[in-house]
Design a protein around this ligand. Structure first.
Ligand code: SF4
Length: 497
């Protein structure tokens, strides 16, 4: 167990002391390194006695540096003692809903508080020992991201298939005692944790503010690989209506008491119910964007903010297609009219049906290479070849689709230039502008869209805690001059659903 170096900054302290890629750091100042948190914590010291292994032989060195100076080393992993695996058997786990032929890395179920803190992965708290709690509190690993699903012990135990799952309120109390905040998610399974159970869960979490910072309510994902007698079924329109109304009541209460909504519905609910997405300011810091909460509003606003940079006309005729999932199509299609105004630009949005996982899966991130290729072939037959195709990079990992197909294979099969672009409004517009050899200005130089401008004053709470929504409101008031510093920050999170 050690920290294996993957990159050495040529101008860094580590390079000066001769560290090389492949060296494995075992201890610093006598302390074993279990993860990147240990490394960052210890390596701030002025003098570092480092034991490491090179080519199987032990070495040691002593480094003297400024306390603030970084060693300039990257590592092959952030957890040196191995990822903490999930010990639950959730009845809705997405890993159980994939064909076994898919690549093994997709079946790793992590439940690691370190990755939760570092990357916003959701954890269940069912595998935390007392020493983990001590480490979390000692190192102030806050906020964490916690999958709640239900606070009713029996329901949570049933959902998560773990005897530890029923202790959720005790675990949350511990976090509260030690002042460790958390973002929460509730994956709604109709007939199992909706209705009264959901009401109880929302009430319990309502009482946990400010320890709980935001709560995302997301519909369960169901693929065609589920068993027929399975109790898990997708959220239908009637379910969504009840959930929307219930969550709406809690949002109102939270607005009154805490001055921000606290509870956030996933975008799918608004689409399923054909409702407008809430205003930009509703989402505060977009803390749950990785969970599909506010993604659509952010895309729409960001697109509107950037569309002024679209040219009136392209120099020559450009036929550009953009791939999206069925859900994305519903959101993006109304924006296409702005692209149609550009002379010489023939832009088409191509929705791809998810035949691999089944039609109930509509998000872009779960599209496979097979489905993308089949759709493109059909469209090319119908309309002829475009000049370029834009593919949102969320469907790729290391240039591979979920079904291990490569982007190069699709390029070869279609004979069309395909660009993987960032899965956001900038990626789409930059992708279109590429041939003009221009790109959008940096984000903080683009003036805001009216969606982002609020006319409310900043609100201080009695407790002195600044609610996420209120912090955004503080940035600008109606008519106030644009400041290049304005803009919202968000973190990308993986999701366990
Ligand atoms: S849904 Fe998450 S917590 Fe549940 S079994 Fe799957 S990986 Fe584990």
């Amino acid at each position: 167990m050690g920290a294996v170096i993957s990159r050495v900054d040529p101008y860094g302290v580590g390079s000066k002391y001769g560290f090389k890629v492949g060296d494995e750091i075992i201890t610093i100042n006598g302390q074993l390194l279990t993860d990147i948190l240990d490394y960052h914590f210890i390596s701030t010291e002025h003098k570092l006695a480092i034991n490491f292994v090179r080519n199987g032989y032990p070495h040691s060195t002593v480094i003297h540096k400024e306390e603030s100076e970084s060693l300039g080393l990257d590592f092959t992993s952030e957890v040196f003692d191995g990822i903490r695996k999930c010990a639950n058997k959730c009845i809705f786990c997405f890993e159980d809903q994939m064909p076994r032929t898919m690549r093994k890395s997709l079946f790793i179920r992590d439940d690691d508080y370190r990755l939760s803190f570092l990357h916003g992965s959701y954890i269940s708290l069912t595998n935390l020992s007392e020493s983990d709690i001590r480490r979390i509190t000692g190192m102030r690993l806050s906020p964490l991201y916690v999958s709640i699903h239900a606070t009713d012990p029996q329901v949570r135990t049933r959902i998560m298939g773990s005897n530890q799952a029923g202790n959720i309120m005790k675990s949350l109390e511990k976090l509260k005692t030690h002042n460790i905040q958390f973002h929460a998610q509730i994956v709604v399974l109709p007939g199992i944790n909706d209705g009264k159970v959901l009401k109880g869960t929302l009430q319990d979490l309502f009482n946990f503010y400010p320890t709980v910072r935001t709560v995302a309510i997301v519909p369960v994902g169901v693929t065609r690989y589920r068993q027929k007698d399975d109790p898990v079924r997708p959220v239908k329109e009637a379910d969504a209506k009840h959930i929307y109304e219930l969550v709406g009541k809690f949002q109102k209460r939270a607005e009154q008491k805490y001055h921000f909504p606290l509870f956030y519905l996933a975008d799918e609910f608004y689409i399923l119910l054909s409702k407008d997405f809430p205003r930009y300011s509703h989402y505060g810091f977009f803390d749950q964007i990785g969970n599909g909460v506010g993604l659509c509003r952010k895309f729409i606003t960001d697109f509107n903010r950037r569309k002024r940079y679209l040219p009136r006309q392209m120099k020559e005729v450009q036929r550009v297609w953009a791939i999206t999932g069925e859900l994305g199509y519903k959101v993006l299609n109304p924006l296409v009219k702005d692209l149609e105004k550009v002379n010489n630009l023939d832009f088409r949005l191509i929705p791809v049906e998810n035949n691999f996982f089944g039609r109930t899966v509509t998000v872009t991130g779960l599209l496979t290479g097979q489905d993308v290729l089949n759709t493109l072939k059909k469209k090319i037959q119908e309309w002829g070849k475009p000049d370029r195709i834009l593919l949102p990079d969320i469907v790729l990992k290391d240039n591979l689709f979920l079904d291990d197909m490569t982007l190069e294979e699709i390029r070869k099969e279609t004979g069309v230039e395909i660009d993987a672009v960032p899965s956001n409004a900038t990626g789409l517009i930059d992708g279109i502008l590429k041939k003009l050899k221009v790109s959008l200005p940096p984000d903080d130089e683009i003036p805001p869209h009216e969606d982002e401008i609020e006319d409310e004053e900043h609100i201080e709470t009695d407790s002195g805690v600044v609610p996420p929504g209120a912090s955004i409101r503080k940035k600008r008031k109606k008519g106030e001059k644009y400041s290049a510093k304005a803009g919202c920050s968000h973190s990308r999170k993986t999701q366990c659903r």
